[in-house]
Design a protein around this ligand. Structure first.
Ligand code: ADP
Length: 481
């Protein structure tokens, strides 16, 4: 099939979180299954500063977008590890900024331009996609554009749209005047009228209303977002479209995340020979300048320091854990000041036991997954979550809250039956987290069964190749409608 995949993040070009990983891994896996996939991504400043081979595909195309006249060039790159073309929308006026996302007054225009450009590039190439695969709010206007302002073009006659919701918490909600700014004033009547009357418009809602199919990144999250508790105001609209709403779990990109081949690790290992894992722990502790203390478990965390990630529970649970049990902790992450202050203070107070690395580091993220004994991810909500899957694959049992994709991938360890691959607490409170942390540390110390627990995780089938058939099935189902 011909698939035009449009995303605000595609690793390694642009990534702030899981969307970047999926934006690369899913197209790569679809390509490996024989599909003609093309990616469209904004050409952020960091891409031009990076070491990529880019070639100019088209000279500038000028679009009238509302009151603005916006020119963009199309540069072509290749997705590493594949021959998937990546079309970069080079529009310095919108994308030549230090960050991928901004709080700037033209954020709506920055991503509307991505939607316009994606379809203009397809036209210029004469590429007639069977599927336009949109991702999150930044691409939420694509289904409506195809049904309205691009409907005249026979090129898109058989094109169907899929919108994947990676996180319903970010909806691209703007004042209603944004509709005119993004050049869709003539189809304003197609936007949700009640919302418009209240003076707002939302990219995500527009996508939900017009996509031929909606997916989200785990079966549990697909159910959760249809409830008022997790739907962030869109649950009613999602319930109305539940016939075309599917949960498809994300996968791991095994070309990037496998302990057997990981280029970031000083020592590789596998479920059959775990000696490299211990050597990685040594290397990690050395790099962190933490003392090596045999028998003392090292807990790892790699995360955006955001409300979603459930870090508020750590305020109470971690100091209590350090009082009660002998453990070490490494946290890699950046984000909200109150969490940065908390982990910074914890590391100052417990210099032999805690390290806080307050930045984004891909190599260190890999070493923490490999070198830690267990991985902490107490997310308040989690659409899918990749880090718990990386930890499973790296033999680092995850400690998680039972929510979203965490509930679909991590099951409670039962030493009696030898089943389970991690530690799962049901109630989102500090007591729940304390229980799970205590259970994990005690199981580690008891030794008995720990290697079985580790193997259960490492043997799970988490790669993208296991997920691609679900997307193929969905694409085919909507294509034939
Ligand atoms: P989310 O998309 O909500 O951030 P996920 O678990 O799905 O959560 O994906 C997070 C991705 O971002 C993982 O690949 C993780 O390793 C990476 N990541 C997050 N923070 C950092 C950091 N400080 N350094 C390196 N990688 C990070």
């Amino acid at each position: 099939m011909k698939i035009l995949f449009v995303s605000a993040e595609v690793a390694p070009f642009a990534k702030t979180g899981g969307l970047g990983d999926v934006g690369a891994a899913l197209p790569r896996a679809l390509r490996a299954a024989g599909h003609d996939v093309r990616i469209v991504l904004p050409c952020y400043r960091r891409i031009l500063e990076g070491n990529y081979r880019l070639r100019m595909l088209f000279p500038p195309i000028t679009l009238s977008v509302g009151p603005a006249r916006l020119s963009f060039e199309t540069l072509e790159a290749t997705l590493p590890g594949s021959d998937v073309p990546v079309y970069l929308v080079r529009c310095p006026r919108l994308y030549d900024r230090p960050n991928i996302y901004t709080g700037d007054g033209d954020e709506h225009l920055r991503f509307a331009q991505l939607n316009w450009a994606a379809l203009r590039i397809a036209q210029q190439l004469g590429f007639a996609p069977d599927i336009v695969h949109a991702n999150d709010w930044q691409t939420g206007l694509l289904p409506l554009m195809l049904k309205t302002v691009f409907a005249w073009d026979r090129l898109f006659e058989n094109t169907r749209t899929v919108l994947t919701i990676h996180n319903i918490g970010h909806q691209g909600s703007f004042p209603a005047s944004a509709i005119g700014d993004v050049g869709l004033g003539m189809v304003a009547s197609s936007f949700h009228q009640e919302q418009l009357a209240a003076g707002r418009m939302s990219f995500m809602l527009t996508g939900i209303l017009y996509a031929n199919a909606i997916t989200t990144v785990s079966p549990t999250y697909a159910r959760e977002i249809q409830t008022p508790e997790h739907g962030v105001g869109l649950d009613g609209f999602l319930r109305a479209r539940r016939d075309v709403l599917f949960g498809v779990l994300n996968g791991i990109d095994e070309t990037e995340w496998s302990p057997e081949t990981d280029r970031h690790l000083p020592h590789r290992y596998s479920v059959d020979d775990m000696t490299g894992k211990a050597a990685n722990k040594d290397a990690l502790l050395t790099e962190l300048r933490l003392p090596k203390r045999p028998g003392v478990p090292l807990i790892g965390m790699v995360t955006r320091l955001a409300w979603q990630k459930g870090l508020d529970l750590c305020f109470e649970a971690l100091p209590a854990l350090f009082m009660q049990r002998d453990v070490q902790l490494v946290v890699l992450g950046s984000g909200e000041p109150k969490y940065e202050a908390f982990f910074g203070e914890l590391a100052r107070r417990l210099p032999n036991r805690v390290r806080f690395i307050n930045r984004f580091s891909e190599p260190l993220a890999h070493l923490i997954e490999a070198g830690s004994d267990m991985f902490l991810m107490p997310s308040r909500y989690e659409p899918c979550g990749l880090n718990q899957m990386y930890s499973l694959a790296y033999g680092t049992p995850p400690i998680v809250h039972r929510t979203g994709g965490l509930a679909d991938t991590v099951s409670q360890w039962n030493p009696t039956t030898g089943e389970g691959n991690g530690f799962v607490f049901d109630h989102f409170d500090a007591r729940g987290l304390k229980w799970a942390l205590g259970a994990a540390v005690d199981a580690y110390r008891a030794g008995r069964g720990w290697s079985r627990l580790v193997q259960n995780g490492m043997r799970a089938k988490l790669g993208w190749s296991h997920r691609v058939p679900e997307y193929e099935h969905l694409y085919k189902a909507i294509a034939s409608r």
